[in-house]
Design a binder for this molecule. Structure first.
Ligand SMILES: [Zn+2]
Length: 344
């Protein structure tokens, strides 16, 4: 099956200066995909701008206008972490539109699966607040768009970024149509994502948080995936899988304290792809969130695409963590989460 890649130079126009979330992230990734000749194996998908109506599936109209106005006034800081330049609004509506475009291409059968290589990232953005480098919640907008446009009943969002996707969780907290599952370092930014946050009202049980202690590596993430995400996904039986794909849990990424390798990402993606193939005709979309070590990001996005393409050889030039400290034992934590969600 074809694998789609959504990319456009418009994403480089969100100019954050010396910020860790900067245009070089995508430049390094695209250039690695070109140098390794992986790009030519992909079906390139041109993003469009998301309409105000589409963005308002998740965000308040006043907030959308505010983001547009800040850009028109020349940009500025929205909170201590999140900055805008004059072209950031345009990049942001194309980032949301990119996740939508990837979802459309998968849903209408143009491609089997797709990766939206977009920025600014999205999963911290709430209905009326920019935070954590995020302006509009690309994955949440695309998931809600897919639910409405294709009349779906069940979508899973798997969020493996090292930070908890508070914006995505909030968007679907009481919504039984979206199962939000997140692995993240905890306690850590943004502070949400405890095991007791499981959804509310009709959405009770459709939020699953897997808050992991610092130091987790490939083995611990695979344990969480196999023991919680796989049975939870099978029980929910999704029609479409969206992934908030952050690569800031790589051991070389200094924004957090996890120990995952590029090969570990490949194994996690293999599990997710297996679920999509088993449960929903392979319908699977990845939308980029974090990942701030340029090489780790580029190698790990390539590994993700290699797995989606079915390529056997995964290159991991950075290898395993060099001074691997004792990984935490998460067996008890996993058992507790399984008990909370009746996953036995
Ligand atoms: Zn992150």
């Amino acid at each position: 099956m074809k694998v789609g890649l959504v990319y456009d130079p418009v994403y480089l126009k969100h100019d954050t200066g010396q910020h860790v979330e900067n245009a070089r992230r995508l430049e390094a990734t695209i250039s690695h995909l070109e140098q390794t000749q992986l790009k030519q194996q992909l079906t390139l998908l041109k993003p469009r701008a998301a309409s105000a109506e589409e963005i308002s599936l998740i965000h308040h109209n006043q907030y959308i206008s505010h983001i547009r106005d800040v850009a028109q006034r020349g940009g500025g800081w929205l909170d201590v972490d999140t900055v805008m330049s004059p072209d950031s609004y345009q990049a942001a509506i194309y980032a949301a539109g990119g996740a939508i475009r990837a979802s459309e291409a998968v849903m209408n059968g143009e491609v089997g699966s797709a990766f939206a290589l977009v920025r600014p990232p999205g999963h911290h953005a709430t209905s009326q607040r920019a935070m954590g480098f995020c302006l509009f919640n690309n994955a949440a907008i695309a998931a809600k768009y897919a639910l409405a446009k294709y009349k779906l009943d069940r979508v899973i969002i798997i969020d493996f970024d090292v930070h908890h996707g508070n914006g995505t969780q909030a968007a679907f907290y009481d919504n039984p149509q979206v199962l939000y599952v997140s692995t993240h370092q905890y306690p850590f930014y943004p502070g949400t994502g405890g095991i007791e946050e499981t959804g509310s009202g009709a959405g009770k049980g459709t939020t699953i948080n897997i808050p992991l202690p610092a130091g987790c590596g490939d083995a611990e993430y695979l344990q969480a995936f196999e023991q919680i995400i796989v049975p939870a996904a099978r029980r929910f039986n999704p029609q479409f899988i969206m992934v908030s794909a952050g690569y800031d849990l790589h051991w070389a990424d200094e924004i957090a304290l996890m120990q995952v390798s590029t090969n570990g990402f490949a194994q996690m993606v293999q599990i997710i792809k297996g679920l999509a193939d088993e449960l929903c005709n392979g319908r699977l979309v990845f939308s980029l969130e974090g990942g701030y070590h340029l090489q780790a990001l580029a190698y790990s996005v390539k590994a993700t695409l290699d797995v989606l393409l079915g390529n056997a050889n995964i290159e991991d030039p950075l290898g395993q963590p060099p001074h691997r400290f004792q990984a935490p034992n998460i067996t008890h934590l996993i058992r507790t989460i399984k008990e909370i969600h009746n996953l036995f």
